[in-house]
Write a protein that binds this ligand. Structure first.
Ligand SMILES: [Cu+2]
Length: 312
């Protein structure tokens, strides 16, 4: 009686069964899919084709992208096998009556060997490819251009060399790659721009005068920590001219979120023009602006308390 009343009050669903039901479902599914796809802008479609990853604008970027993509493929294949086995077992071995007790099985050696060896093999394959890509990404060869980058609370300073580069320079304070520099620097209210020449292997010498920052440009598909008292080096070869964005990837204090920068990849001629524009504006220095006492001291510490290597 109650049940009857309930069904007359609730949502009235047309009774369909068998083939018409399946056809109805198929049409409904198609309709929903088309609606969702119609709602996609060109930018969304671009994102979908990129698998939500940024455009790859350096020679090194595609290696990270391929590693990421195939790791997902491997994870999906594993997932499908595991989900399939779970559903198979759930259906095949379900309890069919209240007093049914399943057959009790202990120890299945082949199965135990399999589920020990299979994950170990998977880890070895992941590890191998991760190290292979990491070696490519962190490889240091003779660069075409060296840019001295300082990450300071809470912005960036970019020092570009003027004239010929000394390819053997270590980048240490008494051994910079250029005889003179031009620079640009941001602060909490102004976002600096990092201008780079296209198709040249660029070395970033990364330094921090205060706390740990992290230099990253999504379109480079690599980032690297910027650590006080240490010179970190990263090389990339941008291959596509355009405007990009970068930021600090390490929570570094109150205004960490303001530690943004713009990236502009330009032709060689435009790069040289940019260097001379900075020089004309008086943004010149004999040595790169790297903050602190040659950036091996941390802010707030005096010379005697500072880290090793700061005594020059
Ligand atoms: Cu930072």
């Amino acid at each position: 009686m109650d049940r009857e009343r309930g069904s007359s009050v609730g949502l009235q669903v047309p009774k369909i069964s068998g083939a018409p039901a399946r056809r109805f479902l198929r049409v409904a599914l198609l309709g929903v899919t088309m609606l969702v796809l119609a709602g996609c802008s060109a930018a969304d479609e671009h994102q979908i084709r990129n698998l939500a990853m940024p455009d790859r604008i350096t020679e090194q970027g595609p290696y990270t992208y391929e590693l990421w993509k195939w790791a997902w493929v491997a994870a999906m294949v594993t997932g499908v096998i595991v989900w399939g086995l779970i559903f198979y077992v759930v259906v095949k071995f379900r309890r069919r009556s209240d007093d049914e007790v399943p057959r009790q099985t202990r120890y299945n050696l082949p199965l135990e060997v399999f589920y020990t060896i299979a994950p170990v093999l998977m880890c070895i394959v992941f590890f191998f490819h991760t190290v292979r890509v990491q070696d490519i990404q962190t490889e240091l060869t003779t660069p075409d251009v060296t840019v001295e980058v300082t990450g300071q609370q809470w912005s960036w300073t970019f020092n570009h060399g003027v004239g010929e580069q000394n390819p053997d320079a270590t980048g240490q304070p008494d051994d910079y790659a250029y005889d003179s520099y031009v620079y640009t620097s941001g602060d909490g209210s102004e976002i600096p721009t990092l201008v780079l020449p296209v198709d040249q292997r660029i070395q970033f010498n990364l330094r921090s005068p205060d706390v740990i920052h992290d230099f990253g440009v999504p379109s480079f598909l690599i980032k690297m920590d910027v650590i006080p008292g240490r010179l970190n080096q990263l090389q990339v070869t941008p291959t596509v001219e355009g405007d990009y964005v970068g930021k600090c990837y390490e929570l570094c204090g109150v205004y960490h979120s303001r530690m943004l920068f713009k990236v502009k990849v330009v032709s060689e001629a435009e790069y040289q023009q940019y260097i001379s524009d900075l020089a004309d504006a008086g943004q010149t220095a004999e040595q790169p602006i790297i903050g602190g006492a040659n950036v091996t001291t941390q802010t707030g510490l005096d010379e005697s308390q500072s880290q090793e290597g700061s005594e020059e």
